[in-house]
Design a protein around this ligand. Sequence first.
Ligand code: GTP
Ligand code: MG
Length: 337
Amino acid sequence: MTMIQSSQIHIDHKRAVARLITWIENNRPEARPVLNDLYPRTGRAHLVGITGAPGTGKSSLVNELAKAYRQAAQTVAILAVDPTSPFSGGAILGDRIRMRELSGDPGVFVRSMASRGSLGGLARGVYEAVNVFDAAGFDVILIETVGAGQSEVEIARAAHTVIVVEAPGLGDDIQAIKAGILEIADIFVVNKADRPGADKTAAALQTMLELGRPPARRVMHHGTLMQPRVAAGTPSAGDESWRVPVLKTSALKSEGIDAVRQALADHRHYLNRTQELQHRNRARLTDDLEQRLQTELLQRLLRRVTPAYLSDITAKLVNRTLSPYNAVQKILEDYPD
Ligand SMILES: Nc1nc2c(ncn2[C@@H]2O[C@H](COP(=O)(O)OP(=O)(O)OP(=O)(O)O)[C@@H](O)[C@H]2O)c(=O)[nH]1
Ligand SMILES: [Mg+2]
């Protein structure tokens, strides 16, 4: 894709980007050589993940953030990830309508991506789409995903900075904040601050942050113990650790948006200043590599194993004459490389 070269986003680029994302979504082989070609040109954009419970206003906030970035003459790509439905659902349709006002702007690209099959496949698609936007020269890439367990952790790992969006009401039920959310948030946003209870929710979050952030955070991921994002006392951080801000916004009234944009810029500078950016990039790439290897190795094996053989193994598992561990060993012995 030699068209994509400068940081200017031309309409041709947008068309090329759109086509490439569709190829990625459908796992089309034509995408491979193009993705390989553009890979050296990735690594410049600020990758921002936006997650949180359904309906907290993530899409509205993303919309407002995009406008704020445009006012600051920065280009923005938005990837709305729907991990739940295999086809574009109502929420995405709503987003499309809402984002129509942005789509005429050549400096903005809006795209939704639905999951086809496994979560791993979704993550792969997200990584690839992000690379396309990055190589196309978008300054900021906003990745929105509904807070739904493992998927949000996966998507969060594809980002440099993670915004967790809450809405008023959290202060009434402290349990409403899910385990794991504190660990992935770099910035908390209490959206719908035009509604009562936003202060209480912000205060509850602040308290949880002060009490709750364990010194060394670890996330189990694909059975691998991932390194915490900021290891306690990491000397490379120069004793400087990131204080997670809790910001209030009203996407509806377009209030508090610049403070979020500022916090994103601050976090980006923090990542640059410390070695955290390298850590996160490394973690991202390792993660992606592991997933690709898993998928590739499994597919190579399954191409050789006959259905009859597999069903025989399964029958033995069912009647308890073979343990799952031994089943794996047997398959690998029967089908050596
Ligand atoms: N009062 C108020 N309503 C808001 C605000 N932001 C969003 N909403 C409304 O909240 C509803 C959900 O907004 P979305 O932006 O679609 O929320 P979301 O988190 O993207 O939703 P999902 O993607 O479905 O999880 C819509 O009806 C919005 O108009 C806000 O700041 N104040
Ligand atoms: Mg949404």
